[in-house]
Design a protein around this ligand. Structure first.
Ligand code: PAF
Length: 293
């Protein structure tokens, strides 16, 4: 496996794979790889001849007071894991490499941002100002650096997945976004690098997230058509965890990401939540198709 640290080296590597007629997949990550990421990598290996995994803790998607400094980093461990899976290239640039203008006092800031309007008005976007602008900007740069035919992302980050699909569609990127279902621990907790922050009691209580997601799915599949009733089913499930502090529990249309009052037969909706356990903020969700009869 090649380890590439600069945009120029990554672009040259991708160009030579393309010149050999290979199809390229990119799996963008923040590193600290767990089974959830490995499911993305396996999917990429199935779908393309050549797989690049980027490992970059992107500062522009963390807000003030968020966990940018504390975010787990273990490049050597990630390198070993990716190499053993048969990944072709790991792209691990520095912050200055990805944001050279921010390092230049005469020209501060990224200078150019990529934004997708409206889809960040609800769910996480309502509470993490600038987060999705940071994601769409860095993912655009990663696409230009790694030149993939497909980008593979987890559906656990449901809002990110919908926004990135819209980005690629609206700005005519010549690539496809592939979404991979959430990978869960045996008790249902969605895999996340942030699960490592939980103490044993919080870890035990965090299983209510999956119970709430399941409650929403069951309500919708059982014929509930009122958005607020589905939200109440999620909130009820979350009350089983006394320490949980719900930031949001919402049901939105899966394409517009706007709240839904009345669910329509055949509509695809997203039931999603963010919940704090102590200082740790976890998210979970399900895409559900409303039954037709
Ligand atoms: O989902 C993530 O890990 C990040 O938001 C991503 C897509 C790697 C962009 O930094």
């Amino acid at each position: 496996m090649e380890l590439l640290r600069t945009v120029g080296a990554m672009q040259a590597h991708a160009e030579s794979a393309r010149a050999e007629g290979q199809t390229l997949a990119l799996v963008p990550t923040l590193g600290a790889l767990h089974e959830g990421h490995l499911a993305l990598v396996r999917r990429a290996l199935d779908e393309a001849d050549h797989v690049t995994v980027s490992v970059f803790v992107n500062p522009t998607q963390f807000g003030p007071g968020e966990d940018y400094d504390a975010y787990p980093r273990d490049l050597e461990d990630d390198r070993k894991t990716l190499s053993s899976l048969g990944v072709d290239a790991m792209f691990a640039p520095s912050v200055d490499e990805m944001y050279p203008y921010a390092a230049n006092e005469a020209l501060p800031g990224p200078l150019a941002w990529v934004t997708v309007e409206h889809l960040d008005e609800h769910l996480c976007g309502a509470y993490r100002e600038g987060h999705f602008r940071g994601v769409t900007t860095v993912v655009t740069k990663l696409f230009h650096a790694c030149k993939p035919d497909i980008g593979v992302f987890g559906k656990k980050d449901a809002q990110q997945y919908v926004i990135l699909k819209r980005l690629v569609d609206s700005l005519l990127f010549d690539l496809e976004i592939v979404g991979v279902p959430t990978v869960r621990e045996s008790d249902g907790l969605a895999m996340s690098s942030r699960n490592d922050y939980l103490d044993p009691e919080e870890r035990e209580q965090a299983t209510v997230l999956y119970e709430a997601v399941t409650a929403a799915e069951e309500a919708i599949q059982g014929g509930e058509q009122e958005g607020q009733a589905v939200v109440r089913a999620m909130q009820n499930a979350l009350t089983a965890a006394p320490t949980a502090k719900v930031q949001y529990a919402e049901v939105v249309d899966a394409h517009t990401l706007q709240p839904v009052d009345q669910l329509a037969p055949g509509q695809e909706v997203l039931a999603a939540m963010a919940v704090f356990f102590g200082d740790t903020r976890l998210i979970d969700n399900a895409f559900v198709e409303v039954p037709r009869s």
